[in-house]
Design a protein around this ligand. Structure first.
Ligand code: ADP
Length: 296
């Protein structure tokens, strides 16, 4: 199973939203990461077949998706960003309605709907109206509708938007579980949504591919460049001027623990100025910061 994005560009008038993007996706979860305006939604719209690229094409198992039409739509599940759900529908009726729109055989619908309600943990809420659902429940039913028809490709646009940390974790674990036998593409600007579940992370910035790889390999690119030290808060402006700060944590006694990026060659001046500067293993947040503060 392979989804190939070949040399895809998209212009909106003079705005180039995507510039010569080529990617290959196989089974597993992929994180599409980038700041607002990076082109994530545009790429997703093109992959779902809702938008035509200005240049290039998308191929599923070697076949051009634009030419496949309904055959492609049938193997595709899409959970859009908006939570503009049908508030008056119950969870069960909503799934039945979407199943009809997806032209799933009528006799098949009750079984599939029951199965999906179970998968997304909403069986007990099946008779409740969507209008009364929490943010996390709405996201789950939105992902649930995308799973109708057991799609081979699942596209999730900002699946944790507006959720509290607990709900985020639940959605993340849930996506991880369902991504075993599918190509799952998750667009987000929240690093923690995908860093532990994605087999690969795709970094998009201003329409360009800024990086791609397993979380481990992306982190390795920064090995030796991420540090931590504990300083007094009044020293912070000096450190911030010299290094790219990735995280700040308040500590007892008026001190702060600062995580920052600095090339190994320039660390000695920092080590002279601040005690206790020690190397730490990079994470995806550091990678993100490194790539996107450079491209600003
Ligand atoms: P993201 O989803 O990463 O925030 P988008 O794909 O929405 O990025 O946007 C990429 C770029 O294309 C931005 O500069 C945005 O302003 C522009 N853009 C997106 N949609 C349109 C549109 N329909 N018309 C004109 N410009 C657009």
């Amino acid at each position: 199973m392979e989804l190939a994005i070949k040399n895809v560009s998209k212009n909106y008038g003079k705005v180039q939203a995507l510039s010569h993007i080529s990617l290959k996706l196989e089974k597993g979860a992929y994180g599409l990461l980038g700041p607002n305006g990076a082109g994530k939604s545009t790429l997703i719209q093109i992959i779902t077949g809702n938008l035509k690229p200005s240049e290039g094409n998308i191929y599923f198992n070697g076949k051009e998706i634009q030419k496949e039409g309904k055959n492609y739509k049938r193997i595709l599940g899409y959970a859009p960003q908006s939570q503009g759900l049908y508030d008056m529908f119950t969870a069960e009726k909503f799934l039945e309605y979407i199943a009809l729109l997806k032209e799933i055989k009528k006799a098949e619908i009750p079984r599939q709907v029951a199965e999906i309600l179970k998968t997304v943990g909403l069986t007990e809420a099946q008779d409740r109206k969507l209008g009364g659902f929490s943010g996390g429940m709405k996201q789950r039913i939105l992902i649930g509708q995308a799973l109708l028809g057991n799609p081979k490709i699942l596209i999730l646009d900002e699946p944790t938007a507006g959720l509290d940390p607990k709900e985020r974790i639940r959605i993340r674990n849930f996506i991880s579980r369902i991504s075993k036998n599918k190509i799952v593409l998750i667009a987000t600007h929240v690093v923690s949504d995908i860093e532990t579940i994605a087999r690969e992370i795709i970094l998009l910035g201003k329409g360009n591919l800024m990086g791609q790889g397993t979380p481990e390999n992306l982190c390795k690119t920064l090995a030796g460049n991420v540090w931590e030290c504990t300083i007094h808060s009044e020293q912070y402006p000096i450190l911030e001027e010299k290094a790219m700060v990735s995280n700040v944590q308040e500590m007892p006694g008026g001190t702060i623990r600062v995580r920052f990026l600095s090339e190994e060659t320039s660390i000695s001046s920092l080590q002279a100025a601040f005690i206790d500067v020690r190397p730490v293993f990079p994470n995806i947040q550091d990678v993100y910061l490194n790539i996107f503060s450079e491209s600003r």
